[in-house]
Design a protein around this ligand. Sequence first.
Ligand SMILES: [Zn+2]
Length: 476
Amino acid sequence: MAVRLFNTYSRALEEFRPLDPTGREVKMYTCGPTVYSHAHIGNFRAYLFEDLLQRHLEGRGFDVRRVMNITDVDDKTIRGSREAGVPLAEFTSQFKKAFFDDLDTLRIKRADSFPEATDPREIAKMIEMIGTLMERGLAYQAEDKSIYFRINKFPDYGKLAHFDLEELRSTGRVKSDEYDKEHIGDFALWKAWDEADGPVKWSSPWGAGRPGWHIECSAMATQLLGDQLDIHCGGVDNIFPHHEAEIAQTEGCTGKKFVRYWLHCAHLMVEGQKMAKSLGNFYTLRDVLAKGYSGREVRYALMRVHYRAPLNFTWEGMDEARVALARVDDWVRRLEEKGKEENAERPTSNVQRPMEEFEAALDDDLNISAALGVLFETIRETNRRLDISEMDSSEAKAWRDWWGRVDQVLAISQEEAGVPAEIAELAEARVQARLAKDWRKSDELRDVLAARGLAARGWEARDTKDGQKITRRGGA
Ligand SMILES: [Zn+2]
């Protein structure tokens, strides 16, 4: 069965076929974080859906090349750095680091590259694209010296969002400071410097300023993946205007279809309400970990509902995730124990069929609930066979291997995927300090380990009679 995905552009399920003539290489772009604060669990829901998509496509033999951008210059980052009284790069670097730590905690595979908007190479590409749009009459400089995209000159504008341009026109002007745009929907490609930007500016043929958010993604995507992408993902909030603008800018420059499949993840609700700081239900990943949940529990809770269905995050749901994972752990342990026994041959059940069912569920627009249904039905049935001693050790091993393949996609097993290198190095240094009986240094390193988010990332350093052990918190 072929992989079928729901394309926001056509509003239909479509068979997935990458542009690559060999049919193997998949170019995937995913909008990344704006690093002005810690990402919240709604953001991570989208990143987890993208991770599941990548892992499933890889399981199906595709070779996925993924790019995720880091927005490290925009209104919010500039405001944050001014309020903190530190340079922009210093302000954003703490949140970049936190973001990567959070990816590790949630076992999200690293993209092949994470371009940053302020990278001079990317800024140059943005300026080049804006120049092309100016030459083609698709952009203009307004009285405020900023450059805007002329949406009236791009007939397809609004097609992704299924948005009527006339409707947009009739809504009138929303902000008085946008008086000099030709059309209310025209969006900024280059924002002319003003005092609020402080020292943040780059020179361009149109004067000093900084790029608009939308052109950042068009430039980084095409710079690293070429003019045409197979898959572009994001949250539903990104559809308009961000992704609509990305299409207009990129196709305005290249004249080629930018993206073949647009995939968007639905909202995350918290206890039935929209997540908002004012409602006190706004959670970062760190807030959830602070309540004692592990990264894999959060991963499971945010991943278990189909990406196009709204997900209601509740503490009850977190507890259900814990119970579900304990069930998986317990089952895997039983299989491993059984697998060690002397073999007394018994008729084996079919391991291949549930694998096909699991994959077929995900082929169907990533139907995770059906895939998890296959997993838990398999657990129920194999546990039953273990209970009545119907299973021999070779079958137990076969099911354990089956789980290994399934977990390549789900990444929820208790097993340690490997201690992060940075933590391993610090831990090793601490062992050396203790061997040298340098207790002060050992204590210092313990504090450094804690400060590097050791506990928050789900790892724990314990001093045991056999020496220091680095383990997953709550793990074996
Ligand atoms: Zn984007």
